[in-house]
Design a protein. Structure first.
Ligand code: ADP
Ligand code: MG
Length: 704
């Protein structure tokens, strides 16, 4: 149970004064909520960090005020000059004064009653906003604050600025944030006194207070003590949670899986190539993991085209050699089918029984797969999310391989893991996104990692060129020449964020245009097509009956057509680096010289320009990932948006790497000293884990 003292923070944000059913919806739009939370809570308001601060501390007399700056003035109201009746364009002016001069407060489209109430003639008011010179006069248009002397404290002299959304004002947000701060209880200190003292970090309650009610303008910055403190809290919670989960995984009795090697040998001899050094090393690491008594949780990182599929198949073969079953999950149906196609001949040579399960298998066909799966007549099941369905039951699932991990969330991974009879399924996740170590650590803790660093022999470099769309005709001429030599082309159409419909329209338009030029060797592939059509189109391209495949990003991951050697990406400026790199990885797989054309629409923004330049300069996935991290921040690389992976609220990487190692060390040391978190600091750390909603970890120490 969550400690009762935290309960006020986990109440709905509607319990805050000023937040009702309408505003809660706006808050929901603008706050980052953890996966599974649909209504903002007080704590979510607390974690809504300001992005800047408006400094209203300058309180000059009128003669001293500098036009163009934000000031807070103490004024006496002299007279109202409403806009003339019928002239809505003219503003409503209120003339005010102090001992040194006069100023007009100016309101456009104002509600007269409101102004009369706010600024009664003869009274003193504190008024804050940007002061301007207008002709010979001073004026202030639409002051941000007008308060009476008694209410002066309500005006924040250092006002935090929050990310907002239409209809949600800064004032409302600030008011909510201040109330959230008031709800923060006195919590036991979970950080070591020495550590805090050495850095002059405030306690938790003061830290959140200073973020939302800064004392200094610098308080709203990543380097400020309160932010550092909170980031460290979050990192420590994360590292502690990972350490707990890992310790549990390692000690939890997994099953020792080892096989005769017979099936693997058959697969190897059916392969038209020999394994690369890093494929062999990865397989050694994997089989050592499987033979050990703990459960495997390993990440296989390998750039696109590095040959992860074979490693996956060999891994699954170990399960079968040991008399159990394996499953492999792909993010899309196209990919699942492609895996089956690649694997099938090898599986057949090795006597493995394969089956496919996607959303499309229905009725009798599906029932047949399910019953063979339950009776153990299927060795390896390949599929999509459909593998999670509750009625999918294995006889004995020992290994689950998840391809392109960044598209799946942690929850899905755990759901698949639980498909094993004892929840002890070994998991291999494969990703083509080289995840920098800092990110891996923040999001997964010390996950075991195998890397495929060599490209299979015969891989060709891909010549990459960015060009404005105006050069389309020149490109078409080149493609015509290439087609004559037997080339095949992927043509990826823009990702337009506004709607799927317009996305599709762009692809269809390009398809029509190319068809006109090149005839029926041009095909179209998009997400909205019926699955059967998709397969047929993909198959026609793979069989070289189609020469140009126009596609939306459905081909993004994993598709393998070695003869395809040209990748055209339209509106390349709209894609992220990781995506561009993935797309480019589709070519350069066969004997032909390969090209990647990045067509963009000028003018390019600065980031987009850097991205395209990076693509021209290197094919090194790791370098690209680091640049991506620099340009975009961590959450997006891991696809947190799509997958619901754990996001960070304060401790975004890049930015807090410096604290990460320390948090990791602290977590590991702590668990060595007090594995069940029962000491006074251990108890306090439990509160921290609840506070940052590390539920998985909480469940573990609760069970202990
Ligand atoms: P990815 O890592 O992107 O999933 P794939 O597994 O699809 O890569 O492999 C890409 C291509 O490389 C496939 O055609 C595969 O048959 C081939 N391949 C894999 N391993 C080797 C190897 N050791 N030598 C030569 N070709 C290989
Ligand atoms: Mg792949």
């Amino acid at each position: 149970m969550r400690p009762a003292l935290l309960n006020p923070l986990f109440a709905s944000a509607q319990t805050l004064a000023g937040i009702g059913p309408r505003l809660i919806l706006l808050l929901k739009k603008c706050l980052t909520l953890p996966p599974g939370i649909s209504e903002p809570r007080v704590i979510d308001v607390l974690w809504h960090m300001p992005t800047g601060v408006i400094d209203r501390r300058s309180q000059p007399r009128l003669t001293e005020a500098i036009p163009g700056t934000i000031v807070t003035l103490e004024l006496r109201v002299l007279k109202h000059k409403p806009s003339p009746r019928g002239n809505t364009k003219a503003p409503y002016k209120v003339t005010c004064e102090d001992d040194t001069g006069r100023i007009d407060l100016v309101f456009f489209h104002a509600e007269h009653k409101f102004i009369e109430r706010q600024l009664p003639v003869g009274e003193i008011r504190f008024v804050s906003g940007r002061i301007e010179r207008y002709g010979d006069n001073l004026q202030m248009a639409h002051p941000d604050y007008i308060v009476s002397p008694e209410a002066k404290n309500e005006m924040p002299l250092l006002e935090p600025v929050y990310p907002l959304t239409a209809g949600l004002s800064g004032k409302i947000t600030l008011k909510a944030a201040r109330q959230a701060v008031e709800r923060v209880p006195d919590v036991p200190e979970w950080q070591e006194a020495q550590w805090l003292k050495a850095r002059a970090w405030p306690n938790f309650k003061d830290a959140v207070g200073r973020v939302h009610q800064p004392h200094e303008a610098q308080d709203v910055s990543m380097g400020a003590a309160p932010w550092q403190r909170l980031a460290f809290d979050e990192l420590l919670a994360g590292q502690l949670a990972f350490a707990l989960v890992r310790k549990n995984l390692k000690t939890e009795r997994g099953r020792k899986l080892s096989g005769s090697g017979e099936i693997r040998a058959k697969i190897a001899s059916a392969l038209p190539f020999s394994l690369t050094g890093s494929q062999t090393t990865a397989l050694e690491e994997i089989s050592a993991d499987l033979a050990a008594s703990h459960r495997m949780l390993r990440l296989l990182q390998g750039d696109v085209g590095s040959g992860k599929t074979v490693v996956a198949l060999m891994t699954m073969a170990i399960a079968v050699e040991a008399g159990a079953q394996a499953a492999m999950m792909a993010p899309t149906e196209v990919l699942a089918r492609q895996h089956i196609d690649t694997i099938a001949p090898l599986a057949e040579a090795a006597g493995l029984r394969l089956a496919l399960l996607t959303g499309r298998e229905k009725g009798k066909a599906r029932d047949a797969v399910l019953s063979r799966l339950a009776s153990g007549e299927i060795d390896i099941l390949v599929g999509t999310h459909a593998l999670f369905q509750p009625d999918v039951a294995f006889k004995d699932l020992a290994i689950a391989v998840i391809d392109e991990q960044h598209r799946f969330g942690v929850h899905q991974r755990m759901a698949l893991q639980a498909k094993g009879a004892n929840g002890d399924t070994n998991v291999l996740v494969m990703t083509a996104t080289p995840i920098p170590r800092t990110l891996l650590m923040t999001h997964y803790g010390d996950l075991d990692v195998s890397k495929l660093t060599e490209k299979p022999a015969g891989r060709k470099p891909v010549v990459t060129k960015a060009a404005p769309i105006e050069l389309l005709e020149r490109l078409i001429d080149r493609i015509r020449a290439q087609l004559a030599e037997g080339a095949q082309v992927y043509w990826v159409c823009p990702l337009i964020e506004t709607s799927e419909a317009s996305d599709l329209a762009a692809a269809e338009e390009r398809f029509a245009y190319l068809r006109q030029l090149f005839g029926d060797v041009v095909g179209l592939l998009h997400g909205g097509m019926a699955a059967k059509e998709k397969d047929e189109t993909m198959a026609a391209f793979a069989a070289n009956r189609l020469k140009i495949l126009v596609a939306t990003t459905v081909i993004e991951v994993g598709v393998n057509v070695p003869n395809a050697n040209i990748m055209v990406i339209e509106h390349a400026e709209r894609f992220g680096l990781a995506q561009l790199h993935q797309l480019r990885g589709r070519v350069g797989r066969g004997a032909r010289e390969s090209f990647c054309m990045l067509l963009y629409k000028a003018p390019l923004g600065e980031t987009a320009e850097q991205r395209l330049k990076m693509m021209e300069e290197t094919e090194d996935g790791f370098k690209i990932a680091e640049k991506d991290l620099e340009l975009r921040g961590g959450g997006e690389i891991l696809g947190a948006r799509q997958s619901g992976a754990p996001g960070f609220r304060i401790a975004e990487v890049p930015g807090y790497e410096n604290l990460l190692e320390a948090a990791r060390d602290d977590a590991v040391l702590m668990l060595e000293k007090d594995p069940n978190l029962v000491s006074p600091r251990g108890q306090a750390l439990r509160t921290l884990l609840y506070l940052f909603e590390c539920d998985e970890a909480v469940r573990l120490f609760r069970a202990a």
